[in-house]
Design a protein. Structure first.
Length: 617
């Protein structure tokens, strides 16, 4: 190798070394920050859970100390301390933290200093404050192992890059066909590495998502997340939309005395499993745990609340500890959500719950003014199909803007007039029944057709939604391709967003399925609403324009550290897939500001402007 070539090789080696060092440092810093956020979220959840366990001891410090000692001996806590009015604790239990290995010490550099979880102990006497730090065995070792894996992978990639540079510098001749095959092999290897890296990051995002949104005992969404979804449902136009059921476990303290803390947790977990069965089977249904003994289930359509409440009551009665273990389940609710906000809806359902406690255990109120809206599923299907056939469909739009408030495109949603004399109604009113009646392909095809016509009128770029279910339906891709081919200019300014039509969207090869659409210049985006983050990791190399993160994943991000940590990791995952992150449907200016600070590239929702209609087509 000549002097010039040696100089080139040395320069390439130096650049690669700097890149590897910088990547290792950035990755270690990011992992450390995420790990600290995880530990703080765990500590907060542990403090709230332990406060419930210690509540029977009241303000008796000696009794609290005995109960806390029992919990501390379980090995789940690194520190438990109870404070009164002063700065010194009334009592404290502490165990020495694990000693990290040399590699873990090198990667951690300094202690994580995660903040202890804090909860109030309200026993009727002087105010007491509980501080808890969860025991996290193996945290340092796991972090060190992750850093070693990442460093090793980067070193392997750097060695491969250096080898390629040396090979190119030597100038060895290669046959064109062999070169093409080698490039394809390298591209495939790079794609596999990208998806493997994204899958590992998605696991971390999934963990933070559970910490931010789910109750660790029942597996159900926490109160704040449920009420946010309920408020969003109530704000949708279209009249009575769905039903709200409240479930209460009576005398839960007696069950706790009989079964113990762990046994009671298992019963609560079984209650959560029963409620999740309804969520998985009926699209548009969602549930949550409101407090220690209260749960909630929101149904997407009216007219089925009484039947659902009775079947739910029977399912809960089948749990051995309920009914025979000192506790009973009662269910109350309202059929037809007329309230303007979640507080009013919950108050009405709670009144029905009180009547259920005093009566047979089930009480569902059906307001008299629901009238003709209390129809069966067949009538709903007929109305939807007729509205599509007779052109009673309309688009509504909202702006999608970047950080500088520049409009990127208009996001379109389909609404239909279910009755000739009625109003155009939002999809949350009828989409679940459209899916059950297998009308989603017709619904999505109509939305694409209307959006192309709207682009042709004014030239504005637009995005329209289509479901993964439709994408997997034979003939749908070809039907959309025909619409795009008939309108080539509007097609080049169209984005088709693939959204979840149900909890389990079908697995589809996105690149192959949308190849004919991309040939027309149409871009593809995806929605992230409730699927596992691992589904996002599969998008590596799919040339997705952006990932639209639903408002349900971001509500309260400005004031909740756990939600912020989850959202930050989600943005990092999306950016790692070489695509943009869109914060959708934000209705709070503080949440919008937090989204920009977390790295979202674009946003939409009432926080920007009110939803404005387009003239009917």
């Amino acid at each position: 190798m000549t002097g010039d070539r040696r100089a080139l090789a040395a320069g390439a080696a130096g650049v690669l070394a700097l890149i590897v060092a910088a990547a290792v440092a950035v990755h270690g810093w990011s992992e450390r920050r995420s790990l600290r956020a995880q530990l703080e979220a765990r500590n907060a959840a542990a403090a709230q859970a332990l406060a419930v366990v210690l509540a029977p001891a009241g303000s008796d410090v000696a009794a609290l100390q005995r109960a806390a000692a029992t919990q501390f001996d379980s090995g789940r806590y690194e520190r438990i301390a109870v404070y009164g009015a002063g700065e010194r604790p009334q009592f404290e239990f502490r165990r020495n933290a694990e000693a990290p290995s040399a590699m873990a010490r090198w990667t951690l550099c300094r202690p994580l200093d995660a903040v202890d979880g804090v909860a109030a102990l309200d026993g009727g006497g002087p105010p007491l404050r509980l501080q808890v730090r969860s025991a996290e065995p193996g945290t340092s070792e796991a972090f060190g192992a992750d850093c070693r894996r990442s460093t090793g992978l980067l070193l392997v990639l750097a060695a491969a890059g250096l080898s390629l540079c040396a090979f190119a510098i030597r100038g060895r001749p290669r046959h064109a066909a062999a070169a093409g095959a080698g490039e394809r092999q390298l591209a495939d290897e790079a794609l596999r590495e990208l998806r493997a890296e994204a899958a590992a990051q998605a696991e971390q995002v999934a963990y933070l998502q559970r910490q931010a949104q789910l109750d660790p005992i029942s597996g159900l969404p926490l109160r704040a997340h449920f009420i946010g979804e309920l408020q969003q449902r109530l704000q949708q136009p279209g009249g009575p939309g769905g039903a709200l059921l409240l479930l209460r476990l009576l005398r839960l303290d007696l069950l706790n005395q009989r079964l113990g803390h762990d046994g009671t947790d298992r019963v609560l977990g079984m209650v959560g499993d029963v409620l999740l069965t309804y969520v998985q089977r009926v699209p548009g249904t969602f549930c949550g745990r409101l407090n220690g003994s209260d749960f909630a289930l929101c149904l997407p359509v009216p007219g089925v609340a009484q039947e659902t409440a009775e079947s739910l009551h029977a399912a809960l009665a089948a749990i051995p500890a309920i009914g025979t273990g000192g506790t009973d389940a009662v269910i109350g609710g309202i059929d037809g959500l007329h309230a303007e906000d979640s507080s009013a809806a919950l108050a009405a359902a709670d009144a029905a719950l009180a009547r259920a406690e005093a009566g047979s255990g089930v009480a569902v109120e059906a307001p008299a003014d629901l009238g003709a809206d209390m129809v069966g599923s067949r009538a709903w299907r007929a109305r939807i199909a007729e509205a599509l056939e007779r052109g009673r469909a309309q688009l509504f739009e909202q702006r999608v803007v970047d950080r500088r408030s520049r409009t990127l495109h208009l996001e379109c949603a389909l609404r239909v007039k279910l009755r000739p004399e009625g109003e155009f109604e939002d999809a949350t009113r009828w989409l679940a029944l459209a899916r059950r009646s297998r009308l989603l392909p017709q619904v999505d095809l109509k939305a694409v057709d209307l959006t192309l016509a709207a682009i042709a009128r004014d030239g504005e770029a637009r995005a329209v939604q289509a479901s993964w279910t439709s994408l997997a339906t034979p003939g749908f891709v070809a039907d959309v391709a025909a619409l795009l081919a008939a309108a080539p200019v509007p097609a080049a300014r169209l984005v088709i967003e693939l959204v979840e039509a149900g909890r389990e969207a079908p697995q589809v090869d996105l690149v192959r399925a949308t190849a004919t659409w991309r040939e027309q210049g149409t871009r593809i985006a995806v929605e992230y609403a409730s699927a596992a983050p691992q589904r996002l990791a599969e998008l590596g190399g799919s040339e997705v324009a952006y990932v639209r993160v639903d408002a349900s994943q971001l509500r309260g991000v400005a004031g909740d550290a756990a939600v912020r940590g989850y959202a930050r990791s989600l943005v990092d995952l999306i950016h790692g897939l070489d695509t943009l992150a869109l914060a959708d449907g934000l209705d709070d200016a503080r949440d919008l500001a937090a989204a920009w600070a977390l790295g979202f590239d674009c946003a939409s929702g009432p926080a920007l402007e009110l939803l404005q209609p387009i003239s009917p087509v």
